[in-house]
Design a protein around this ligand. Structure first.
Ligand code: HEM
Length: 400
């Protein structure tokens, strides 16, 4: 038996967050399991190993936290999610309520409204005459604007205070990593943001017919308890905004930097959903999540010992050459299904089809108006312990 590969690079260091690919390659080469000495944790990065870990909820629990902190041994210093950080049986009822609410019925109900919102937003950004050029920032003008508008309305939130949505989930997703300078930078606002979110998880802050109000109605029907309702609403605040913002930024970046794929998409706009999933595979806006071993769990020739934290590298799995031909290529001919950018198994993203709908609406609206796209200046990253995020992507568009 070979010894367990040990890697001493900090996966949450500035260098890796800026460019995760050298560490991902090292992990993919190392084998199915490695030990990351910087945080005394285990790592899975190969597609098969990540997929197996995501499916193995009995061996790799979420209930001790999906961040670095191990709440089996540490007193929680942050509030745990009653959805993503719960194991069966506690996970079952909240998940069922969300799956019902965010399923095909919601998509059919929201489709026309979100298409209209996307066309309106894109029309305001691309305010020019055919043949002319327009410069805009794909992050601040589009990606950061659309989810707070579309999902914020669907959730039943008031307009006031929506500027808190992205900083809240930015802090929360940073808090899944170590308490580094990214967490410290967000800490002064954390209390205010958390209080604002918890207030807006209450019934009287939400419209009755929105998703939030419907979660409370599910509590009235006994599908979850009234004590659970705010936590279920909160899971949408935590997971439903920044993730999609940076997935939309990723697909914009991919299309702007691959003009031949943009031309293809314009010729065949029904490729919008493929483009989005391929961008989620290619860029993995959610890079990593933790699990905690329950008992000694074998991975390849090695074992993750009971109670150890395991970091799953979704981004590396989505570019593992053992699973994907030409993984580094953003390619609309590919079938990206099976990527783990939305996770897999019991906790697989329950909002993924809403994210796809948002993307489809925006991409369709852009494809109608924009003939060519190019970078107007290099993009700038926003560093986050969990997200592969963008601060800015300056774009020049020639209007159709
Ligand atoms: C879970 C990614 C959009 C709500 C997850 C997980 C991932 C993910 C990787 C699995 C976490 C784990 O296994 O521990 C993404 C990405 C998105 C996105 C990349 C955008 C492209 C959304 C949206 C919503 C949402 C729009 C809600 C409207 C949730 C919830 C969970 C979850 C509630 C927890 C599910 C559970 O534990 O059963 N997401 N998400 N997500 N996501 Fe998403």
């Amino acid at each position: 038996m070979t010894s367990l590969p040990v890697i001493d690079i900090d996966p949450f260091g500035t260098e890796v967050l800026t460019d995760p690919y050298p560490l991902e390659h090292a992990l993919l080469d190392a084998g199915p399991l490695a030990y990351l000495s910087a945080h005394d944790i285990y790592a899975v990065a190969r597609y098969d190993a990540v997929y197996a870990a995501l499916r193995n909820w009995q061996g790799f629990q979420s209930g001790a936290g999906v961040g670095l902190s191990n709440f089996r041994t540490e007193k929680p210093w942050r509030q745990l999610s009653i959805v993503v950080e719960a194991d069966p049986p506690h996970h079952d009822a909240p998940r069922r309520v969300l799956a019902n609410l965010l399923g095909p019925r919601a998509q059919r109900r929201l489709r026309a409204e979100w298409m209209a919102k996307a066309h309106k937003m894109v029309g305001q950004v691309l305010d020019g005459t055919p043949g002319g050029t327009i410069e805009f920032d794909a992050v601040t003008a589009i990606a950061e604007k659309f989810p707070p508008r579309a999902v914020g309305d669907a959730l039943g939130l008031p307009e006031e205070g929506r500027e808190n949505l992205l900083p809240f989930s930015d802090f929360l997703l940073n808090a899944f990593g170590p308490r580094n300078e990214l967490v410290a930078a967000g800490a002064p606002h954390a209390k205010f943001l958390t209080t604002w979110v918890m207030e807006h998880c209450q019934r009287d802050a939400l419209t009755e017919d929105g998703l939030g109000g419907q979660i409370w109605a599910a509590a009235d029907r006994g599908e979850i308890t009234h004590e659970q309702a705010p936590g279920v609403v909160r899971s949408l605040f935590a997971a439903g905004f920044n993730t999609t913002v940076h997935a939309l930024a990723a697909v914009m970046h991919a299309l702007v930097t691959h003009p031949e794929q943009w031309a293809r998409l314009r010729a065949e706009p029904s490729l919008a959903r493929i483009a989005f999933d391929e961008a989620v595979r290619w860029a993995s806006p959610v890079q990593t999540f933790f699990r905690t071993a329950v008992g000694d769990v074998p991975v390849g020739d090695h074992v993750v010992p009971d109670g150890a934290k395991v970091l799953m590298f979704l981004g590396a799995a989505n570019r593992d050459p053992r699973r994907w031909a030409d993984p580094e290529k953003f390619d609309l001919s590919r079938d990206p299904s099976g990527h783990v950018g939305f996770g897999f198994g019991l906790h697989q993203c329950v909002g993924q089809n809403l994210a796809r709908l948002e993307a489809e609406c925006l991409i369709t609206a852009l494809a109608e108006r924009v003939e060519t796209l190019e970078l107007a200046a290099p993009g700038e990253r926003r560093l986050n312990n969990t997200l592969r995020a963008w601060h800015s992507i300056p774009v020049r568009a020639r209007l159709a």
